[in-house]
Design a protein around this ligand. Structure first.
Ligand code: ZN
Length: 741
């Protein structure tokens, strides 16, 4: 959707045009200097002890994984807010991975979901389903949901207007598989609970992350920057879960990088780099299992990734190859859109693979060597907070406050991981009369109070003052901390930048360490990003002043981080003093029943070429391939949306022939990295499915065939009928490269 010369745009067009550009491709020094000094004087953790002899059960542990893939066709993908980026097939499936830890008195649940972010609506629906099944066992305070931030999963699971507009509405077909998949993963974890032990480890992941807003980062105090070697956090923190025999049952890790190795022109549902890392670890532990079916559960969770890109070659002007403007990330030839970050691979699939391998390789090493046992009890603390109205005293005479939500102009510029289409650039601290005029005419002018509160942000959308047909942004948010032994997991409801995350971790760590019980003297604090409710970005006060994408998307204003430091600090204090019960619950968030809208038309009936049937092969395989080749076969297909709930199904089967038994063995599904299921919509309601198999180097020399499964919709009189179909390719052979005919 390009910017148009004509000003006579319809109101919807303008709203959509502006809104679609750049949704997510993305405190002040209130953090007291005493806090910083305190860190340096705090006790250093002891060297990793060897596990004590003789297994004493530390915890009860359960792990579970479930498919949460939604309809892989026509739904927008959540992340880049690119209206052309609708789903058209599957590269890898999306999974929810749940971990339950119980100390005999209390229980906590951590869930990492292959999803752009957890929305408030998604969390509320999950909690309702858990309540129906388990009563008060799993609640808002002891269940933590975190998204991996893949930008290649179906959108439409939000109840606030801004997100509904960019997602074609609130889509039941999108949210239901997520709710069911998340709940199923928790059920499986619940059913697998057994005595076990936990070990932790930490290590540096290189060559996998860069700061995409270094100009903002450099606005942080020099002293503070000097405390760190890098402008992103490169440490991975990992928990290893074993049963009492020492057999591994799962692992959970946190690492800060955007899951945007797959770019905004990708149309395939994909779990991106973090999801592939999970596949690889699970495959490493259970080599015979198909993706998503291993007993071992490995989760790679997001962290303080707000300004962290996996596109490690950094941004360049695509037309000239020269560096982009440093502040604005724009190019003389092509503007914001032309400034794009790539790498490290030759294409986005290759980049995804490389980043995933780097993360997986480090996790495998940390897992293997994890020796420091986590012992003690578990805690969880949670509050709902009205984030539009938090006041923080910064000294005896001065207090600051958060604001009603608003997005700045640079929000519409997007990032170097996926830029906006219009003439917005990052780093804008002045409005644009053209866009401001349109905004005022259609959506209303931001109030003086909101403008003042967000300064120096030039407000593009005063979302906190926009209520039609439902509020455009949340006011009530979740703050939550769960602890397992001395490990504290801070559930941040958005994308927190590197430095903001460091400040928050330190504040929480200081509160925990000051606890009277002494249980947290060696507290290890990790941030779980994109948790519980989505509120865009959280920068430091200094980064906010620069108003790049992340600052423009810090929706509660310049003191957002201060408010989180205060609120999470209170939770940490309550945990450390064992006074969680005295925390006020806070105002519960709304659960909207009316005025949710759906702009996605129902999928039409399916057409097919004359004299053909659904599942017929349109383009056949070749007779012989070598490892490294790509097998491709195209079928007459139905719309994948007609397959309904696609969880635990597959549109694809790659089967290998066993000569001895004259039978076929399933070797890949549509969840496999090696397969790509492309759905192509044609004219006259006809569509094709092309299945690719990228033959891996370890594929056995054998005969194979590829199957495609689907459903088509037809009319029987006035009644729509859904009918399953499948198709099968010719048999082909894979031969080793040294083979000659
Ligand atoms: Zn993001």
């Amino acid at each position: 959707m390009a910017a148009r010369k004509c000003c006579a745009l319809s109101s919807l067009e303008v709203v959509l045009t502006v809104l679609f550009v750049a949704m997510t491709a993305v405190s002040v020094t209130l953090i007291s200097m005493t806090a910083m000094r305190a860190t340096n004087t705090c006790p250093t953790p002891p060297p990793s002890p060897t596990p004590p002899p003789g297994p004493e059960p530390s915890f009860l542990i359960g792990v579970g994984r479930a498919d949460c893939t939604g309809p892989p066709a026509e739904l927008p993908l959540m992340g880049y807010a690119n209206p052309q980026q609708t789903a058209a097939g599957i590269h890898t499936r999306l999974f929810s991975r749940a971990f339950i830890v119980d100390d005999g008195r209390r229980r906590v649940v951590f869930v990492s979901v292959d999803v752009g972010m957890i929305s408030q609506r998604l969390r509320l629906e999950v909690l309702k389903a858990l309540q129906a099944k388990y009563g008060d066992r799993y609640r808002q305070d002891n269940v933590l949901l975190s998204g991996t931030h893949t930008h290649s999963g179906p959108a439409g699971y939000f109840q606030y207007t801004l997100f509904m507009i960019t997602s074609k509405g609130y889509l039941k077909s999108s949210i239901q598989p997520l709710v069911k998949g998340i709940v199923k993963s928790i059920e499986r974890a619940h059913d697998s609970v057994r005595p076990g032990r936990i070990f932790k480890n930490r290590g540096r992941v290189d060559a996998s992350s860069v700061n995409r807003s270094p100009h903002s980062y450099r606005n942080n105090p020099r002293d503070e920057q000097n405390r760190y070697d890098d402008n992103v956090d490169k440490d991975m923190v990992l928990l290893k879960f074993t049963d009492m025999d020492g057999d591994g049952i799962g692992m959970l890790s946190w690492f800060a990088v955007h899951a945007v190795s797959m770019k905004m022109n990708n149309r395939l549902v994909s779990a991106d780099n973090m999801g592939l890392a999970a596949y690889l670890m699970e495959e490493h532990k259970n080599p015979a299992a198909l993706p998503g079916q291993a007993a071992f559960v490995a989760a790679f969770s997001s962290s303080n990734l707000g300004d962290v890109s996996p596109n490690v070659r950094g941004p360049h002007c695509v037309n000239s190859g020269l560096a982009c403007d440093y502040l604005n990330s724009s190019c003389p030839d092509g503007g914001t859109k032309a400034c794009q970050a790539f790498g490290p691979g030759g294409d986005m699939f290759d980049s995804t693979r490389i980043i995933a391998h780097n993360i997986f390789t480090k996790a495998r090493e940390l897992y293997t060597n994890a020796a420091e046992e986590v012992t003690g009890s578990v805690h969880s603390a949670h509050q709902w907070v009205n984030m539009t109205d938090v006041t923080v005293d910064i000294n005896d005479t001065h207090a600051v406050s958060t604001c009603k939500p608003a997005l700045g102009h640079s929000f519409a510029a997007g990032t170097t991981d996926g830029g906006g289409d219009l003439n917005f650039t990052q780093g804008a601290v002045e409005g644009d009369p053209f866009w401001d005029g349109i905004r005022d005419a259609l959506l209303g002018e931001p109030s003086n109070q909101t403008q003042e509160c967000h300064r120096p942000k030039p407000i593009l959308f005063s979302t906190g003052e926009m209520k039609f047909p439902l509020p455009w942004h949340p006011e009530i948010i979740d703050v939550q901390i769960v602890t397992v032994g001395s490990v504290a997991v801070v559930a941040v409801p958005g994308e927190i930048t590197t430095m903001a995350g460091r400040r928050l971790r330190e504040a929480v760590q200081q509160e925990l360490r000051s606890g009277s019980s002494g249980a947290f003297v060696y507290a290890d604090v990790v941030i779980a990003g994109l948790s519980n409710v989505y509120t865009h970005y959280i920068t430091t006060y200094e980064e906010y002043q620069v108003q790049r994408y992340e600052g423009a998307s810090t929706i509660y204003g310049p003191h957002t981080l201060s408010a989180y430091v205060l609120k999470f600090g209170q939770l940490a204090h309550a945990i450390a003093q064992d006074q969680v019960g005295s925390l006020p619950t806070g105002p519960p968030p709304p659960f909207f029943q009316k005025n949710l809208f759906n702009l996605l038309p129902a999928a039409a009936i399916d057409g097919k070429p004359d004299n053909s049937s659904f599942g017929d092969v349109l383009q056949q395989v070749l007779p012989v391939y070598r490892q490294g080749d790509v097998v491709s076969v195209t079928f007459v297909a139905g719309n994948p949306r007609h397959s309904g709930d696609v969880r635990d199904q597959s549109f694809v089967a790659v089967e290998m022939h066993n000569n001895a038994s004259d039978s076929w063995t399933l070797v890949h599904t549509d969840a496999s990295w090696e397969t790509r299921f492309h759905w192509l919509k044609g004219s006259a309601q006809q569509s094709n499915a092309t299945v690719e198999w990228h033959i891996p180097p370890n594929a056995a020399a054998a005969s194979y065939r590829i199957k495609h499964f689907g459903h088509y919709k037809s009319m029987k009189g006035l009644r729509p009928v859904i009918t399953p179909y499948h198709g099968t390719s010719d048999v082909f052979r894979v031969v080793h490269t040294f083979y000659s005919e």
